[in-house]
Design a protein around this ligand. Structure first.
Ligand code: IVH
Length: 752
């Protein structure tokens, strides 16, 4: 590519010449960026690229009026120069749920047996292997050639680091005998020896050393200049896979052996175990070997060996049901707790934070630790039992801090011998430190919450920050920092005001561009970015509202179920009386729990619930139906449902949401793409005993095929699957003329 060859010195350029030169430079730099970021095939050396950028800047400085709308100097360096191209994973890259002791490992085995309907004695094998403390990477081979390497990112979309991965010795550029499409996944890591040598070199050249091998590996892989990655000795262990044109094997162990045969490094401490006893024995072996391995591991991963069973078990929203990480015990250190601060979150929760004299725990400097809530500070757990032997925490105490993996540090213990006799107990505030409103703690809630709602600046700002965050409205140019600034200055007080910003201050562009950090260009860009996001998907909108217990997954579940905003709001409003009754029943049951003897509890609790529901005035039929439909949505239980009903019922909050939605163009959601599924979009009810699968499995499989599983029969039900012992639901279905089938017919229908 020709570049930088217009050598007329900038001082000699005429206005006409400068205009042409700026156009040429914009084109060259755009092309260079594309080659670098999208194709990972840089066409310019860094020096040549920089020279073009400098020339562009010099010309713009001499002829400011000629600066182009797409000027390369306006393209925020951070985003373009530091970004990698994004890659959508063909299959999500998941994380693992954790177990912290042997009991939890046994629970894992039990829950899998329960899910699959296996008896205690039935064989169920697992692999056990070290959990490598690095970063995961997905490699895509087509016809034996490495065509793409991507980091995990948020699981759905990662970064394209192909050029960097090619420099890693353990990652072959070509392989023989693999499936035509072969995505292999594993962990990139750095050995202790290589880490020490790298840090020595960093220090020698005056650069900052890395905190630990994991950071060093991540920093090295995510280098824009692959030549730097080449100089950093990275390694790779393969342990999983994504898309495949044909299966690798029938078992996890078989698949690992196959990967090894294809030339990948697999971990030599991978073992096949016939159950929890052997798994825990292997854990002990790995823990013992830990110090001599020469690389960091932070636990042991267990996976169901039989791949057909893995398939049946499937996934929760972000983790597989068939695997778990058994973490090594946390690392500990003593330090002084200087002060307890209270932070107020988006939903008003008052969260105490320990400010610590900085201390290194397991290679990471820790200066804050969570104190959870007032009970935790007082030395009690949520049910009133003792923690830390009942020792409370006071400002000035010597505390033992621990962290396990990336878990937020916690306070494990207090040294009472070092506590001055007159140290006062910590008194948890009963008013919000941000707005002074009363902070109350509801029955059964471990957390004290500010009642200020939107008048509380901390809540309002946190809500706004959440609203503009990546998984929510993701408005370019409007991040946490800008939102804080706008809030402070009174320009944006609630989400709706983002969308009226231009109207109110736009002629006011003048005003905005006079503000610190804003120019005409960035102000215009902001208005454009805001306009673009008026059109928003329903799932994102729900998530953006930042309601308690309503995260990304729940939001999307709600969107897929109700499809439109109006339908959701109407359902929630209709369900309100039933939600209130549900809460009354909960409160009554709570009282019951305190008084009834253990054996009687179950029966008494059910009876109490039924009594409360039967009280006068009766809950309207339609409210009850709407409530059952709401709590029956996949992934949504009574906690989420109560939260929705409560939030939508608060007058000020509701008015604020209505103002927002009035200015938006909300896109209806679609039912999951389950093309060809005979049960997509159908509402199914399972009743009676299922003999070939468990309830949980039946539900998960039906939902995976696009069906909606409900707990109660109504006119809207399409199919009732009735096993032996089915009672009133089957009768009701027949009365309503709903199709009823047995388990075998259902399995035949879904092709299982
Ligand atoms: S299996 C679908 N096996 O741990 C399950 N993960 O905390 C895919 N990791 O994101 C993961 N060693 O980066 C698996 N032997 C191992 C692992 C391992 C390290 C990482 C991986 C994953 C994270 C979850």
């Amino acid at each position: 590519m020709a570049h930088g060859n217009s050598d007329s010195p900038v001082e000699d350029l005429t206005e006409e010449g400068a205009r042409g030169e700026l156009a040429r430079l914009a084109g060259l730099l755009a092309e260079a960026n594309r080659a670098y970021h999208t194709e990972d095939a840089p066409e310019l050396s860094d020096a040549a690229y920089d020279a073009l950028k400098r020339r562009n800047a010099a010309i713009e400085a001499r002829f400011p009026e000629l600066k182009r709308d797409d000027s390369p100097s306006e393209q925020v360096g951070a985003e373009l120069a530091e970004g990698f191209a994004k890659v959508a994973h063909s299959q999500r890259m998941l994380s693992l749920s954790n177990a912290f002791d042997g009991d939890e490992v046994r629970d894992f085995d039990r829950s899998i047996r329960r899910y699959l309907g296996l008896s205690d004695g039935a064989p169920l094998a697992f692999t056990a292997e070290p959990k490598i403390d690095g970063l995961s990477l997905s490699l895509r081979y087509e016809d034996g050639a490495l065509v793409q390497a991507a980091t995990r990112g948020d699981g759905a979309v990662g970064e394209n680091v192909t050029a960097n991965a090619r420099t890693v010795d353990d990652i072959p550029a070509r392989i023989e005998g693999a499936p035509a499409l072969f995505e292999i996944r594993g962990e990139v890591y750095m050995s202790h020896a290589d880490f020490a040598a790298l840090n020595e070199r960093q220090i020698a050249k005056g650069a900052k050393p890395f905190a630990n091998p994991r950071n060093a590996a991540a920093g090295s892989l995510r280098q824009l200049d692959a030549a730097i990655t080449r100089d950093r000795p990275l390694k790779f262990f393969a342990y999983a896979w994504g898309a495949l044109s044909e299966p690798l094997a029938d078992t996890q162990k078989g698949a690992i052996d196959r990967m090894a045969a294809l030339g990948f490094a697999t971990n030599p401490l991978t073992a096949l175990c016939d159950g929890p006893d052997e798994m825990l024995a292997h854990y002990a072996r790995i823990e013992e070997a830990r110090a001599t391995l020469g690389y960091d591991i932070d636990g042991v991963v267990y996976k169901v060996d039989n791949l057909a069973l893995q398939e049946r078990l499937g996934f929760r929203s972000t983790t597989p049901r068939w695997a778990i990480a058994h973490k090594f015990p946390a690392e500990l250190a003593w330090t002084r707790l200087e002060k307890i601060d209270i932070q107020v979150g988006r939903t008003g929760a008052l969260s105490p934070v320990a400010r610590l004299t900085p201390v290194t725990v397991g290679g990471v400097v820790v200066s804050n630790a969570t104190l959870h809530n007032e009970d935790y500070i007082a030395g009690r757990d949520s049910s009133g039992g003792e923690i830390r032997g009942g020792k409370d925490i006071r400002e000035g105490d010597w505390v033992q801090v621990y962290r396990a993996g990336d878990v937020i540090p916690k306070v494990a213990d207090v040294d009472l011998a070092k506590r001055p006799e007159d140290a006062p107990r910590y008194v948890f505030p009963v008013t919000c430190p941000e707005c002074g409103s009363e902070a109350i703690r509801e029955e059964g809630d471990a957390v004290r919450r500010c009642t200020g709602g939107l008048i509380c600046p901390a809540q309002a700002v946190e809500k706004l920050k959440h609203f503009v965050s990546r998984a929510a409205f993701d408005i370019e140019g409007l991040g946490a920092k800008q939102v804080e600034q706008f809030y402070r200055d009174g320009w944006i007080r609630e989400p709706a005001e983002i969308f009226s910003l231009q109207e109110r201050y736009g002629s006011g562009l003048q005003q905005l561009k006079n503000r610190e950090g804003w120019g005409e260009k960035s102000a215009n860009n902001l208005f454009e970015a805001i306009e673009e996001k008026r059109k928003i998907g329903l799932g994102r909108l729900i998530f953006a509202l930042g309601l308690r217990h309503v995260g990304e997954v729940v939001s999307n579940d709600l969107a897929r179920h109700y499809l439109t905003w109006d339908a959701l709001v109407q359902a929630v409003d209709t369900a309100r009386p039933a939600a209130h009754r549900h809460r009354e029943a909960d409160a009554a049951v709570e009282r019951e729990r305190a008084t009834a003897a253990r054996e009687e509890r179950r029966a008494r609790i059910k009876e109490t619930r039924d009594l409360v529901w039967a009280q006068d005035p009766p809950v309207p039929e339609e409210a009850r139906a709407a409530w059952e439909d709401l709590v029956g949505v996949d992934g949504i239980g009574t906690t989420v449902a109560v939260s929705l009903v409560t939030s939508f019922g608060q007058e000020a909050e509701r008015a604020s949401v209505d103002r927002l939605v009035a200015g938006l163009d909300v896109q209806a959601a679609e039912r999951p793409a389950t093309a060809g599924s005979p049960v997509a979009g159908k509402t199914v009810v399972f009743t009676g005993t299922l003999e070939r699968m468990t309830r949980a499995e039946a539900k998960a499989r039906a939902e995976a095929m696009g069906a909606k599983v409900s707990g109660s029969v109504s006119k809207k039900t399409d199919i009732v699957v009735a096993g032996p012992g089915a009672g009133s639901k089957e009768t009701k279905a027949r009365d309503l003329g709903v199709e009823v089938m047995d388990e075998d017919a259902w399995l035949a229908l879904i092709g299982a």
